[in-house]
Design a binder for this molecule. Structure first.
Ligand code: COA
Length: 177
């Protein structure tokens, strides 16, 4: 059974593990290998520990007590404020992708942001990441592009946005088998 629930401070290590492993499997061939090799789960866990105490909305997908995926979001970090809300990160372990867990995590986040009064949500995704198709499948629209530097190389990333959070939060699942 997979449980989707709000993240707790003790989830920091589990989230960091998923974050680093999923970065390595997702961005191999996109982001420089040396950068991916340098990612460190302990450091990431410390970072998540501090983030989990903040105003962030973070949900985890858990199977048999292990975190297998997470989503994080909150107020948009974009000064131009094209959208008030932002999906900051969503990552699943490779073996747990394409099982509709991502869909449920996004819906849970959208529902939480809507409860807090947010109306729209955007997400930035590397242009070479096939996950772009996931966001459009979830009802998001292409917004704009910009350059980003990761590990010493310049990459393109694209913003996708939901003009109305109801488009994603209408049906959401808390747990399922
Ligand atoms: C992107 C991610 C969160 C999607 O979650 P998921 O659980 O794998 O996706 P779901 O099973 O919920 O898929 C929902 C829909 O999106 C589609 N979809 C998901 N990933 C897709 C992909 N890479 N390419 C094309 N379509 C995709 C599914 O086919 C499904 O469509 P359907 O309803 O017609 O069957 C997950 O695959 C992941 O963690 N990927 C690696 C990390 C990553 O890229 N994160 C995003 C960083 S911006």
């Amino acid at each position: 059974m997979i449980l989707i629930r709000r993240a707790e401070p003790y989830d920091a290590a589990g989230i960091a593990h998923v974050h680093v492993q999923s970065w390595r499997s997702t961005y191999a061939g996109i982001v420089p290998g040396a950068y991916l090799d340098s990612l460190n789960e302990e450091e990431r866990a410390e970072h998540w520990k501090s983030l989990l105490g903040e105003e962030l909305e973070v949900f985890v997908a858990e199977r048999e007590g292990n975190v297998i995926g997470f989503v994080a979001g909150g107020r948009s970090r974009d000064r131009a404020q094209h959208c008030d809300g932002e999906l900051y990160a969503i990552y699943l372990l490779k073996d747990d992708q394409r099982l509709k867990i991502g869909r449920d995590l996004v819906r849970e986040l959208a529902h939480a942001l809507k409860r807090r009064g947010f109306r729209k949500m955007e997400v930035w995704v590397l242009a070479k990441n096939p996950a772009k198709a996931f966001y459009t499948r979830m009802g998001a629209q292409f917004g704009r592009s910009r350059q980003i530097e990761i590990g010493g190389v310049t990459l393109m990333e694209s913003a996708y946005f939901w003009p109305d959070l109801d488009m994603v939060s209408r049906r959401y699942v808390v747990s399922r088998s």
